[in-house]
Write a protein that binds this ligand. Structure first.
Ligand SMILES: O=C([O-])CC(=O)C(=O)O
Ligand SMILES: [Mg+2]
Length: 228
């Protein structure tokens, strides 16, 4: 039986910092934290199960054509060259993890990310770019990216493979890994360590809550969900 719902429940209250600590408690100091240059478009927290896709630079030159011909060519390109096959097989709770091989395009935009959210994706991470960022933020779609890019895909990048190991900010992500992301960035927990890491992440969260709760009380502050 797939235990992904159980894992999502187990991780739902954990902060990236707790998960980081849980990895350390499993002697995984060297691993899991996606490079800090991959940042959220806006501050939010998302827990999901990784679904990976790899895109690579497009090798061909764009043929010379009229703008009318180009309109048709772009349609062909998005259908046959830079398509997103993951849109057809989304499981609720998927965290879409995209390796775009450093190509300067906004592979994620306000349209394709929203379609994924409609179908059950909880968030997106790319080691490349996102565009239409004002709308992505307005729509509340959680995206962590290395940069913002104005550029479309055609003539620049093509789809390569789905559900393969991808290198995202120095971490190999596999479909099925647990991914937690918040204002501190992104952390990836290999699926086989997920329960042990959660156990010690919860220990750290519990200790932290108790410590901060005490200071809240000393300050006379009303308690909130981060300390109870
Ligand atoms: O078309 C793309 O590849 C990305 C984009 O702008 C969108 O989805 O809105
Ligand atoms: Mg767009």
């Amino acid at each position: 039986m797939d235990d992904r719902d159980q894992l999502l429940e187990l991780y739902k209250d954990l902060r990236v910092a707790d998960v980081r600590d849980g990895m350390d408690w499993n002697m995984m100091h060297h691993y899991g934290s996606v490079h800090y240059e991959i940042r959220p478009l806006f501050r939010t927290r998302v827990v999901g199960i990784a679904r990976t896709a790899r895109y690579v630079p497009y090798e061909e030159a764009v043929p010379k054509m009229t703008s009318e011909e180009y309109t048709k060519w772009v349609k062909w390109y998005y259908k046959e060259v830079c398509y997103d096959p993951w849109h057809k097989s989304i499981t609720k709770g998927d965290f879409m993890i995209i390796d775009q091989s450093g190509v300067d395009v906004g592979i994620l935009g306000s349209n394709n990310t929203l379609a994924g959210i409609r179908d059950g994706i909880v968030g997106y991470v790319t080691n490349g770019g996102v565009r239409d960022t004002d709308e992505v933020i307005m729509q509340g779609v959680p995206v962590w990216s290395k940069f913002v890019s104005q550029k479309m895909d055609q003539g620049r990048i093509r789809f390569d493979s789905l559900d393969v190991p991808v290198n995202i900010g120095g971490v190999v992500v596999n479909t099925g890994d647990v991914v937690v992301a918040d204002g501190d960035g992104v952390i990836v927990v290999p699926r086989k360590l997920a329960y042990e890491v959660a156990k010690y992440a919860h220990q750290e969260l519990k200790n932290d809550k108790a410590g901060r709760r005490k200071i809240y009380e000393q300050l006379g502050w009303e308690l909130d969900s981060t300390v109870v």
